[in-house]
Write a new protein. Structure first.
Ligand SMILES: NC(=O)c1ccc[n+]([C@@H]2O[C@H](COP(=O)([O-])OP(=O)(O)OC[C@H]3O[C@@H](n4cnc5c(N)ncnc54)[C@H](OP(=O)(O)O)[C@@H]3O)[C@@H](O)[C@H]2O)c1
Length: 277
């Protein structure tokens, strides 16, 4: 039987790493877009040593659309796309711009997901029971989104930029549902607070305290991976397409996220940023 194709961003660390191993172990063909060549080589060795071959890595920094474009060109050759998981995310406490002058939280956490999804949408649509998962966060409720000033021209705040990007993930997810509900199953997800290294690369974060709190109180990455795995594979979730999940339960997202005018504006502006519409 032909293997199902899973496309996955953010599979080289955090709960994504547990999820990636689970997919490959369970016989799916996983296409992983990842930026770090050392991690890519390490994981390739890990799978080869176990005689597991159903994976492909595509090296790309998601902050740069031209790097992602190369992966997209290759992925367009697939016959089907059964699941697309937009999981990669980062926190930039200090403002960083990509080579096109766009703020990186916006690009990595949202625009790259939009770009990949829209570029592959025809393939996803023609695959029976296909699913798209957008990994968001409950912090979208704290967003202060200004679509006229994506780059924070006045004063940058990394946490607000992160919260905004997580709202964009949900606005995007709901828009996909409005347009493609008949042909694609799609979910926006807050995975819970997880014991990963997320945000630890930011020097100003009180790293030790965060690490201890995470160890004591946060969810295990392997448990989150199991939950997301079931959203990707279990038939029962086909009845919940278009929903927002918090801690593996259908939940209500912020009032703003349901605003169709915002969903439409974000979609239009995203096409404009990428100059593909
Ligand atoms: N941890 C939490 O408590 C929590 C809570 C709510 C939502 N989330 C969301 O869950 C998702 C996964 O988070 P996590 O906790 O597993 O964090 P993580 O361990 O930091 O994983 C993030 C993943 O995104 C990838 N990534 C980041 N920037 C990238 C770039 N420029 N190009 C390509 N890949 C890039 C990372 O690649 P590298 O391995 O190369 O760094 C890594 O695979 C994120 O979207 C996050 O916002 C996390």
């Amino acid at each position: 039987m032909k293997k199902k194709n899973f496309i996955f961003k953010g599979g080289t660390s955090g709960f994504g790493l547990n999820l990636l191993k689970k997919f490959v172990n369970n016989g799916f063909f996983v296409h992983v877009i990842a930026k770090d060549n050392i991690k890519i080589n390490h994981l390739s060795d890990y799978f080869h040593k176990r005689d597991l071959k159903s994976f492909n890595f595509y090296q790309a920094d998601l902050a740069e659309a031209n790097e992602l474009s190369k992966s997209i060109l290759q992925l367009k050759n697939l016959n089907t796309i059964d699941v697309l998981i937009n999981n990669a995310g980062a926190l930039f406490l200090k403002k960083e711009l990509n080579s096109k002058g766009l703020e990186k939280t916006f690009v990595v956490n949202y625009l790259s997901h939009f770009f990949l999804t829209v570029s592959l949408i025809d393939l996803i649509r023609k695959t029976r029971n296909s699913r798209i998962l957008n990994i968001s966060s409950w912090v979208h409720e704290l967003a202060k989104l200004n679509l006229n000033d994506i780059n924070f021209s006045e004063r940058y705040n990394g946490v607000v930029a992160y919260n905004n990007s997580k709202l964009m993930n949900i606005l995007f997810s709901y828009k996909i549902n409005r347009v493609y509900a008949n042909s694609i199953n799609n979910y926006a997800i807050h995975p819970g607070w997880i014991n990963t290294n997320f945000g630890n690369y930011n020097q100003s974060a009180p790293r030790i305290l965060v690490k201890i709190a995470r160890f004591l109180f946060a969810k295990k990455p392997s448990n989150v991976a199991n939950e997301i795995y079931s959203l990707c594979t279990n038939e029962k979730y086909l009845n919940f397409s278009g929903k927002y999940f918090e801690k593996h339960q259908v939940a209500k997202s912020s009032n703003k996220s349901y605003r169709e005018d915002l969903q439409d504006e974000l979609w239009r502006k995203s096409l404009n940023f990428l100059k593909i519409g």
